[in-house]
Design a protein around this ligand. Sequence first.
Ligand code: SAM
Length: 286
Amino acid sequence: MNQLETGILYIVPTPIGNLLDITYRALEILKNVDLIAAENIRHTNILLQNFNIKNHLILMNKDNEKKQSDNLIQKLKRGEKIALVSNAGTPIINDPGNILIQKCYFFNIKIIPLPGPCAAITALSASGINNNRFCYEGFLPSKKKTRCNLLFSLKEETRTMIFYESKYRILQSIEDIIEQIGKNRHIVIAREITKKWESIYGANAILILEWLKQDKYRYKGEMVIIVEGFKKSKKNNLSKKILDTFLILRNFLSLKQSVLITSKIHQISKNNLYQHVIKKKCDKTI
Ligand code: SAM
């Protein structure tokens, strides 16, 4: 490779389970670059050995990314070609590498991303849930309060939501989704995609929880949760029962509190209820 040119940073996705999912182009680049920056040397060595590739590896993980990216920038400035790989899937997507990318922009170093495996997109493609508009939320926060606050803020998110999750927290996360977003929301769990025990299962939140609790093998391994977005109902479906709850509460509480608690009890949109109350003049203060 011409050392006088500025180097190139290749972003190289690797399989999320099935090694056959590596692309010809990824193999070609891993073979020909001067250096591979890997999240885990041992892990990437297994991949390289499988394809008879011998190349230099350097560790770049979340602990040393800041320092190591300065080192890699020096090499790129000297004209070296470097491939960035993570343990699985597309680097940067919930993986280290973004500090290096930002530095490449700063120093005007060329970046070439390759398309390839990504758990979020693979799960979404098989979910059957509307995917015209979606948002990727990564891992849900580990602290319950932060997780619940985030989920509550997503209650009326109309786009399909994608979360990464671990076997340790899946049951709690689904319970929190039921509590904060609603028991009827359609959810798909895509587990161990491309691997031997791959499974994709969809149902509403409450049934998903029951299904998971029936067998611990249903939440073993790696998984992606896809949650259907909030659907604004076209017709006003506020039943008598909902309005009765509101009116009873309103005898004791403020308008705002009554709307909020009624919407929580019946798992309905508080804005919808508020608009209805105002429009139909159901409240004593209107
Ligand atoms: N960069 C990766 C990508 O492109 O998908 C994601 C890395 S993130 C650290 C790892 C998480 O991705 C796992 O905890 C799991 O939520 C999801 N994941 C990775 N491989 C998976 C698989 N084969 N099946 C389901 N989910 C997977």
